[in-house]
Design a protein around this ligand. Sequence first.
Ligand SMILES: [Zn+2]
Length: 687
Amino acid sequence: MNKKKRRFFKKLTGLVLASALLLSAAGCGSGAAGGDQPGHGKWINSNLPDNATLCADQRLEDDFAAAVNAEWNMAQNFDPSETYGAMGDSEKIVTQRIMDILNDPTDQDPNVVKLRTFYGLYTDWEYRDQLGIEPLRTYLGYIDEIHSIEDVYQYMMDSSKNPFAAMFFKCSMDQREHLVVQINQPDYSLEESNRYVSLGEDGLQRKEQVKNKIHYLMGRLGYSEEEADILIDQNFAFELKMAELSPGGEIFVNFYDDIPLSEVVRAAGDFPIQRILEHFGMDKLQGYTVDVDYLRGLSGICTEKNLEEIKAYFKTFLMWKSMRYLDHECFLKEKEIKLDRTNPYAEVVETAMDTYFNREVRYSPLAALRDQIYLDRFYDEEEKKEIETMCRDYIRGYRELIMEKDWLSQENKERIFEKLDAVRFMIMKPDNEADYSDLSLRSKEEGGSILDAFAEINRCNLETMGKLPDGEIDRDYWNIYDNSVSTTEPNGMYFMNRNVFIVQIGIVNGEFYSKDMSYEEKLGRIGHLIGHELTHAFDSTGVKYDSEGRENAIINGDDMSVFSKKADKVREYYSRIVFPDGSWSYDGTHDISGEAIADMGGLKCALKLAEKVEGFDYDKFFRSFASISRQLISRSNVVQIVLNDEHPLEYLRTNIAAQQFDEFNETYGIQPGDGMYLAPGDRIAIW
Ligand SMILES: [Zn+2]
């Protein structure tokens, strides 16, 4: 048995959703705290649209991010419903390409036809308004037909009645030595099982949101407030029973890794897990990853006595899952209910339907369908080869960089080299092809609804898990059906538990890469993504995992306390940033050190590679580096990022990474007194 941390990946950045929320850091320099804070009070938050014109007056020596991106910042006509930034532009390129394909009626590729059908259901407000909330009423009716525990099991297996696959547990794809199905706790309405034990502030807000959703929907369906309250109480009562079975919370859960079906079945006792897995063809896999404590307890709560609570759970689950798929009123109401009340700038923003549609698909089991359509048309082997070569160069550069670190013993260096040599990368294209030939969606012309579509999509998704290839797979096997790594997402990721990083095809475009860019541009752009992801292998979390991704520290003895002190210095430096409103700070409630270390390490590694290039144009390189983090976001999004995101604000990432290096200071003649100046003894780069 392994105690597993479930969040194993680190991304280049959290993609800011225009429709989602973000502090403030407004105003020029803020003036507070003065010289002690990063930038000596001279940096402005160039990610804030209100500051765009101020950027034009910023000296490059004082505020590199603002000066380099000033022209771009001023050219944008900010609309909070849109995304503005290099990464956002990559997303727009992917979305536009997909839309061009869907809008081309001559393209009759079966995959395209299926995605087009879903698009028709999703984006036609007139049609959705015409259906109103009736699709929900229909599916709620099926839950009313449940009269026994056997009916409960039949409901779980009948996809045509159960559009979001409510089963008391959730199946997802995972990989160990072979592809496995992970059997985990279900999606809870409060999101995390530990919230049922201790609600906390976030949990309290979430609980209010769930209640408001159910009240709203039941009101529209003609139920009374009292009826809604009874249902909500019954649902929470049953969710508490499930959560208590294994209250490890969202992050830490006791997983049994890669066990055979017989052990899964034994753990489940009277709960008919075998019958359910068999029904979806998922009983033939080589292994399963299972939250066994949870599974053991399930049969004890699936009783006739709990039947009404179980039905309330199914109904609540169906309602909060389906609210955004009904009519326009529901869609907007959900957005209003979901607003973060702790964020004073939060507001309801509505984005273009094409953007919503593409994000919806991207996070759904249809992601591989969209990925396959995109790969079939835009994957370029030559681009892949060039990026692969860059990855290998970065690994070589890293080795040199490590060799220079005199605070590391030879023994620890060897361990780092071993991990470095074992790093693998997955570039642009997954190892298998998506097959959706079995998916049959009913179009709006045929009277289908989005809920009908999800019923079919989730059935197909469950059955796909049963058909995954057998046999051993490598650490760098990339399963196209795993939508946590959809290749059309504009990003990169590092997987701690596999020592593998990924460059998704969604980022191999726009500001990040084109074949005709100069070496300096490539190094500053897609190269920075590679260097950043690679450094996650050696950030504050990465150093705790070995070359195979096992939890086994690669830096030992006194060197580890040196490393820890260095990581503390990174956190301390960020904590000195003073935001003008004074209400927010990098106070350590969430750890930004991993991302900050990755930014600085990636840049340092690129500079190692640059040393070998005669006549290397450092100005072009640093400007390229700053341009990929250009971004404009609302105040609401700024607040959200400072409070919750592991990634610091982009202008800070650019300025703080750049100011660590002599090459930067020499290129721009940075002197003491300049905003970008950081004395050698105060620098915080670890690698
Ligand atoms: Zn990262």
